[in-house]
Each structure stands twice: as structure tokens, then as C-alpha cells.
Design a protein. Sequence first.
Length: 316
Amino acid sequence: MEYTSLGSTDVRISRIGLGTWQFSDAWGVKDYERAKSIISRALELGVNFIDTAMVYGRGLSEEFIGRALKELGVKRDDVVIATKIPGELLSPSDIPKAVDRSLRRLQVEYVDLLLIHWPPCWHNIPTCTYMRALERLVNLGRVAYLGLSDYPVELAEAARTCLSRTDIEVLQVRFNLVERWAEEEHIPYAEENNMTVMAWSPLAKGALSGKYTLEDLGKFQDLRVNEPVFHPDNYARILDLVKVLREIGGRYEKTPAQVALNWLLQYSDLIVPIPGARSPEQVVENAGSTGWRLSYEDWRRIDEISRGIRVSYAIW
Ligand SMILES: NC(=O)c1ccc[n+]([C@@H]2O[C@H](COP(=O)([O-])OP(=O)(O)OC[C@H]3O[C@@H](n4cnc5c(N)ncnc54)[C@H](OP(=O)(O)O)[C@@H]3O)[C@@H](O)[C@H]2O)c1
């Protein structure tokens, strides 16, 4: 495994994290033993950075992580836990309550990274009101560092001005070979400010593995039923890219998923993809995207082709 630092801190995180939205109704991994085997395999491979959120399975994902880490006897310092508080829970009275529950589920005294999952779109809570309440939790030792997920850069900048003793160390954004909007503003902003960019859906929800045919698309029984990347108009073009990923990967003895993740790793050393896994085998494959590099020519060829693909979300 390769490692890097979390933002400007000296916290060491693996270059590939483990996404755990999978432990929820949305993705369907609701069997604890299966979740534990996924977490356990990740840790064995040196993946020490785990991404979860309060809303994943309404606490189920955090609960599974807490229980598994305890049962596996993982030392607190050997794992870096990121969780997220949703925009709906950002009133100054809800923040400590929500975080306390999260810590209880995770069975820890503090989280390493607390991200705001999305801005408080419907509650009109002023930015500095909730940012100061979050900073209070840092001062009190319940949270080590703060991050923002799915924030426009302008709002991230405004949020940072509310903080006095700490800063935003991480931006979490959607970023994969066929959904590249983050490179317009978020990645340059993170690079200017030395922030980690956690790339969510780095495999475009599995589309970049290419394991589904166009005929398989009607068979999904999870959140992908309505997922734009799996709309036939979008997916047919993604399969063209997968063909190239497969061809290039063949020369390195790597799978399309590994090539897709390696491409992200090489895009910027601040990018940390957090692929979700539904089995320990997928964890192994995803960890195998580290420890090697695509050649410049191969990286550029993938870049060119992927730029020609823009997923359309206007599918209904
Ligand atoms: N901040 C946010 O708003 C936000 C939003 C979304 C996700 N996230 C975080 O990011 C993580 C990852 O995103 P994601 O789950 O949306 O998408 P993803 O990581 O792009 O795709 C995950 C899915 O791809 C398939 N897969 C994984 N590894 C594979 C491999 N090696 N070969 C073939 N298929 C593979 C699995 O599904 P199948 O096996 O069923 O195909 C898995 O459930 C989440 O778990 C969550 O922690 C954050």
C-alpha cells in the first residue's frame, strides 16, 4: 500500500480508502459478518482510511465499523475514521447530539475526520453558526479534523473564514473517469490549499469495472436502478472507454477497475479514491491499483478518451 498525509496534517492515510456506504439498504450489504470480512481484508492490505457517514443505513455502517474494529482488536491509532454529518443536522444543538451518537456507534472517543456531508440546503442555518459549533467539537477533542463534502468552492471558502483555530483539511467530491466536474474548481482549490481530495464513486458505482453488459442493466436491485451512469445512453459510451481500460490494463496485468483507480492516483497526489466494496475480493482488487503506475502515454490516452464522455443526468 502507498500512503500520504491527510491534508496539511501529519496523519498517515492509505492512498486508497474504503468506502462503506455499501453497508446500507442502498447497496444491500446488511450482513454484519460480510461487512466485517470486507473491513478486515482492507486492514490486512494496509488500507487504514475508512469513509462512512451517519446516514449510511441510518447508522448501520458506523455500527458495523465500530463493532468490527473492536472485534478485530484494531488499535485506535492504526485506523483513520472519516464520518459525515448531514446538512439537516447542523443546528448548534443538533451537532453535538449527532456526533455523540456517531461516536457511540463507532465505539471511539473521537473521529479523525468529520465532514459535512452536504450544505444545509433546506434549513437556512448560517454558515458561521454551524462551522463554529463544529470547531467547538475540535476544541473539545471529539473531532480531530474537519472536511467538507459536496460543497461548492465558494461556500467552502466562506466556511473556512468562520474557523479560527482549525482549517478544512479535506474536500470530498465525486470524481471518476466519466464524471470529472471536480477538476474545474475543486481539485485546483485543494491543490492551492494543500487539502486531500477524497474521490467518491471512483469506479462510477462499478460502471468502470465493465462487468455489466447493456443487457444486465435492467437487473439491478440496488440504488443503481435509477443511476444515470447506468442509463443505456450513458453506459454504452462508458463501455467504449472500458474497452480501452481493459486493453491497456492487459499490458500491466491489471483489471479495468484497477486502471481506472490508478488513473485517479496519478491525476494528483492529493487524490485519495475511496471505492466501496461488496466483497473482500473487491477490496483486494482495489488495493491492487496502488504500487505501480500507468505510463505517461497510457495515462494521456485514457485522459483523451474520457474527456469525450460526459454523463447526462437528464434521463427522465
Ligand atoms: N460524499 C458523498 O456524497 C458520497 C457519495 C457517494 C459515495 N460516497 C462514498 O464513496 C464510496 C464509494 O462510492 P460508491 O460506492 O458510490 O461508488 P464506487 O466506489 O465507484 O463503486 C462501488 C461499487 O462498485 C463495485 N465494485 C467495487 N470494486 C469493484 C471491483 N474491483 N471490480 C468490480 N466491481 C467493483 C461494487 O458493486 P457491485 O459489485 O454490486 O457491482 C461496489 O459496491 C461510498 O462507499 C461512500 O463511502 C460519498
